[in-house]
Write a protein that binds this ligand. Structure first.
Ligand code: GLC
Length: 718
C-alpha cells in the first residue's frame, strides 16, 4: 500500500472533505475564532480549521511557516497544507505581462522567466501558482487579455507550456520549483461583448479549433492542476459543465490531475441560476469533477450530508482527496512541508542583478515597434530630450496580477533615459493624469517642452489597473487629455517617438497616422524604463511581434488575423466602400495593426522559400527552407513566421493561419537559411462537430507578416 492509501485509510470522511477546501491565509492569521473575522465568514471553527487542506495567498515565508507549523501540530493526520498564489508574470521581480512576453515568440525566455519567478515564490512560501492562463482571446475589450498569449492558440499553447516547464522544472520536489495550474478551462476569453464573466456561446468547431488546444498543450507539458472558468459555456458554467469537465478533460484528454474551482465559483452557481442552494452547488461541482472548492464553504458544509444521503459516493471523495494528496506528495511536502521557504533568502534574491537583467531582457524582447518612419533608433548623443505624458516618470508599469511586485521598484522611463544619457538635458512634463477619462491637460507646458527639445519621448497609455480582472472597457482609445497632448506635441516637434504602456491592444488610429514612431512596451515590469531606453536609443533592437491585433476601434471588435474571407470580401485598411461587401461604411475592415506585426532596426530580406516536395501524403511531412538576409549594419532577431492557407475545404478556412515560427538572430549582413518541418497534423482542421479531419487538395504556404506576405509556395495534400 502506498503512502497516500495508508493516509486515506486512517482519515474520516470529514477529514477527507477538508482536504478538498481552500481558504485564505487570513483564517490562520486572524484567529477571532467563531466570533468574527474570516473564520466566521467561512463558517469555520477553531476545531475544524486543523483539517484544512490548502491555503491561498500566503504573504511571505514567515507567515506560511507559522501557519504550517500550527497546522501540523493540530492536524490529527499531520498532512501538510499546500500554499497557492497567482504568480502570473513574476513574484517580486516583475517581467512583462503574458500578452507581451508571448510577443517575444521566445519560449526559452518565457521558461527562464517562469523559473526565476518560481524560485522567488518558493522562497517566499508559495508552492503552487495559478498560471499559465491559456485562454484564447479575440476581444481586447476584455480586461484579462493581458494575462493571455493572444489570438493564436499555437502561440498561447507553446508559451504556456514553456511557462509551465519553467515553473515546474523536472521534479516538483525541487525547492526552486512550484506546481503550475492551467486556467481558465474553458473559453473564458469568449465572453460575449468582451464583458467580464459573461456567457460564452461557442460552436463545437470553434471550441476545438481555437479555444481548447492551448489548455491541452499545457497539460501535455505536465501540468497537474486545472482551474475551470467562471463563465457559462454554451449554457452551463464551466465548473459544472460535464461536456468540458468529463467528456473533454477526462474522456478525451485522460487528464489525471486535480481540479480547483475559481474563487467562490462553486457558490456562484446560485446566481448563475444552476443551483438552488449551496448543497446543490456542492453536489453539482463535485460530481462534475471539481476537486477543491476555493474560498466558499459548500463542500465543508454539505458533502458529508450528500455522502450520507447516497448522492455522492465516499469512493469519489477518496479519489478527489487522493489527487490533492498526490499534488502534495509530488511537491515533496511530506518530507519538507516548507518546500525550502526562507524569507531571509527570499529578500536577498528578490530583484537581484541577475533577476533584473532577465526582466530587462524580457522587456526588450517583448516590446513591439509598431511604426518607425526612420526616427528610431535615436542617437545616444542627443543633447536635449523631453519626456512628456503621464508615463514620462511613472513607476506604475508592472501591470495587473503582479503579485508582490512594487511600483517603486519599477524603473520609470525618466530613470531609464537619465541612466542611459547621463549628460543629456532632460525635461519631464507629465502633462495630464493617467485616468482613462482624464480631460485636463497642461498643453502649454507640454508644447514648451516639445519646442525646446531635440527629441521627444511621448509616454502614453492606459492606467495599469484599467486592464485585468473585472476591467472590461467599451472604449479602447486614449483619454481625451492624452489625445490632446499627443496632438499638441506631435505638432510642436516632428522628432517625437511615442512609447505606449498598456495591458491590451488600444484603438489609436490618429496616433498611428501622426506619430513618426510608436514603440509598444505593454506593461514591461520592473525593468521597463531601462528596456525602453535601450530600445529607443539603439542599445537593443526591437524584435517583438503582436500576438493580438490592434483594432481601428472598439466597435470593430472582435477583429483578429485568422479571419475567413466571406462571400463578399473587402479587406482594406481604409474605409473604402465597395457596394455590398463585408465591411463597414465608417471604418476600415482590417485591424490597425495585425497579429504578427512588429518592426526591427535591421532590414531582413526574405530571399527564397523552398519546399522539399510538392505532395504531402497522410502522416507525411515536407521540408521548408526560407533564406533570409539581414541587409543592414545592425544585429537583430527576426521571428520567422510560417502561415498556411487552405483555399478550398468542406468548411470555410482562414485566409491565413500560423503553423510554425522560429526566432532567429542575425549579425550585420548575415544570411541564414531557416528550416521547418511541415507535418500533416498542421493541416488538419475541425469540422462542424469539432472533429479534426484531413482533406486532400491544394495548400498555400506563406511567410513574412500576416496580411503582408513576402514569399509564397504551395503543395498538394494527397
Ligand atoms: C481570481 C481569478 C483567477 C485567480 C483566482 C485566485 O478571481 O479568476 O485567475 O487565480 O481568483 O486569485
Amino acid at each position: 500500500m502506498d503512502r497516500i492509501d495508508s493516509i486515506l485509510e486512517k482519515m474520516s470522511l470529514e477529514e477527507k472533505i477538508f482536504q478538498l477546501t481552500q481558504y485564505p491565509i487570513s483564517v490562520f492569521i486572524d484567529t477571532k475564532d467563531d466570533l468574527d473575522g474570516p473564520r466566521k465568514a467561512y463558517q469555520l471553527s477553531g476545531k475544524n480549521i486543523a483539517l484544512l487542506g490548502t491555503v491561498i495567498n500566503p504573504n511571505d515565508a514567515d507567515e506560511m511557516i507559522k501557519a504550517q507549523e500550527e497546522h501540523l501540530r493540530t492536524d490529527p493526520n499531520h498532512i501538510p497544507l499546500v500554499f497557492m498564489r497567482d504568480v502570473i508574470h513574476g513574484y517580486r521581480t516583475i517581467y512583462p505581462i503574458p500578452l507581451a512576453l508571448a510577443g517575444s515568440f521566445n519560449p526559452e525566455l518565457a521558461e527562464e522567466c517562469a523559473k526565476m519567478a518560481a524560485k522567488e515564490a518558493a522562497l517566499s512560501g508559495v508552492q503552487v501558482t495559478f498560471a499559465p492562463m491559456a485562454d484564447y482571446v479575440r476581444d481586447p475589450r476584455w480586461g484579462r487579455v493581458l494575462e493571455s498569449g493572444g489570438e493564436e492558440p499555437l502561440v498561447t499553447g507553446i508559451m504556456g507550456a514553456a511557462q509551465a516547464r519553467g515553473f515546474q522544472g523536472d521534479d516538483l520536489s525541487d525547492k526552486d520549483h512550484i506546481a503550475a495550474c492551467v486556467k481558465h478551462f474553458a473559453a473564458y476569453g469568449a465572453g460575449e461583448a468582451g464583458r467580464e464573466y459573461n456567457l460564452a456561446e461557442v460552436s463545437l468547431r470553434e471550441l476545438y479549433e481555437h479555444y481548447l488546444p492551448a489548455y491541452k498543450m499545457c497539460i501535455d507539458a505536465g501540468v497537474k492542476l486545472l482551474m475551470p472558468s467562471f463563465n457559462s459555456v454554451n449554457g452551463v458554467p464551466s465548473t459544472v459543465n460535464s461536456f468540458l469537465m468529463k467528456k473533454v478533460l477526462k474522456e478525451e484528454w485522460n487528464y489525471d490531475g486535480a481540479v480547483i474551482s475559481d474563487m467562490y465559483a462553486v457558490s456562484e452557481l446560485i446566481p448563475h441560476g444552476v443551483a438552488e442552494d449551496l448543497k446543490e452547488a456542492a453536489e453539482k461541482a463535485f460530481t462534475n469533477g471539481c476537486d477543491i472548492e476555493m474560498c466558499s464553504s459548500s463542500y465543508v458544509l454539505y458533502l458529508k450530508e450528500l455522502v450520507e444521503e447516497g448522492r455522492i459516493s465516499e469512493e469519489k471523495i477518496d479519489e478527489a482527496a487522493r489527487r490533492v494528496l498526490m499534488l502534495k506528495e509530488r511537491l515533496g511536502l511530506f518530507e519538507d512541508p516548507y518546500h525550502g521557504a526562507d524569507q531571509k533568502a527570499a529578500e536577498a534574491f528578490y530583484l537581484c542583478d541577475e533577476n533584473r537583467a532577465l526582466a530587462r531582457r524580457a522587456a526588450e524582447e517583448s516590446a513591439v515597434l509598431l511604426k518607425n518612419d526612420g526616427l528610431l533608433p535615436l542617437s545616444p548623443d542627443v543633447k536635449r530630450v523631453a519626456l512628456i505624458g503621464p508615463f514620462a516618470d511613472s513607476h506604475e508599469i508592472k501591470g495587473a496580477w503582479s503579485c508582490k511586485g512594487r511600483d517603486e521598484e519599477c524603473v520609470s522611463m525618466e530613470e531609464g533615459v537619465r541612466k542611459l544619457l547621463p549628460d543629456a538635458e532632460i525635461t519631464v512634463v507629465s502633462g495630464c493624469g493617467i485616468a482613462w477619462n482624464e480631460t485636463d491637460a497642461d498643453l502649454q507646458a507640454a508644447e514648451k517642452a516639445a519646442n525646446s527639445a531635440d527629441v521627444v519621448l511621448l509616454c502614453l497609455g492606459e492606467e495599469q489597473f484599467c486592464s485585468g480582472e473585472a476591467k472590461s472597457r467599451t472604449d479602447l482609445s486614449l483619454s481625451p487629455a492624452q489625445t490632446a497632448l499627443a496632438r499638441t506635441v506631435l505638432a510642436a516637434n516632428p522628432n517625437t517617438a511615442v512609447v505606449l504602456f498598456t495591458g491590451r491592444p488600444l484603438a489609436i488610429p490618429e496616433l498611428s497616422a501622426k506619430a513618426p514612431a510608436i514603440l509598444c512596451m505593454f506593461f514591461p515590469g520592473s525593468e521597463g524604463g531601462n528596456a525602453a531606453a535601450n530600445l529607443l536609443f539603439g542599445i537593443a533592437n526591437p524584435s517583438g511581434k503582436l500576438t493580438m491585433s490592434f483594432p481601428q476601434s472598439a466597435a470593430q471588435c472582435p477583429v483578429y488575423y485568422d479571419r475567413t474571407n466571406t462571400g463578399r470580401p473587402n479587406w482594406t485598411d481604409k474605409a473604402e466602400r465597395l457596394r455590398y461587401a463585408s465591411d463597414y461604411i465608417d471604418c476600415a475592415t482590417l485591424p490597425l495593426y495585425s497579429f504578427g506585426h512588429g518592426l526591427s532596426y535591421s532590414n531582413f530580406v526574405y530571399e527564397e522559400m523552398k519546399l522539399s516536395a510538392k505532395e504531402l501524403p497522410k502522416s507525411g511531412s515536407i521540408g521548408l527552407s526560407i533564406k533570409i538576409k539581414n541587409e543592414s549594419d545592425i544585429s537583430g532577431s527576426e521571428v520567422v513566421q510560417v502561415y498556411m492557407k487552405d483555399p478550398v475545404a468542406s468548411v470555410v478556412r482562414p485566409l491565413q493561419k500560423l503553423i510554425a515560427f522560429k526566432k532567429v538572430s542575425f549579425k550585420p549582413h548575415e544570411e541564414k537559411t531557416v528550416l521547418f518541418e511541415l507535418n500533416d497534423s498542421m493541416f488538419l482542421f475541425c469540422d462542424m462537430e469539432g472533429k479534426r479531419i484531413r482533406e486532400t487538395g491544394r495548400i498555400e504556404i506563406m511567410t513574412g507578416e500576416a496580411d503582408h506576405f513576402v514569399l509564397k509556395d504551395e503543395f498538394e495534400m494527397i
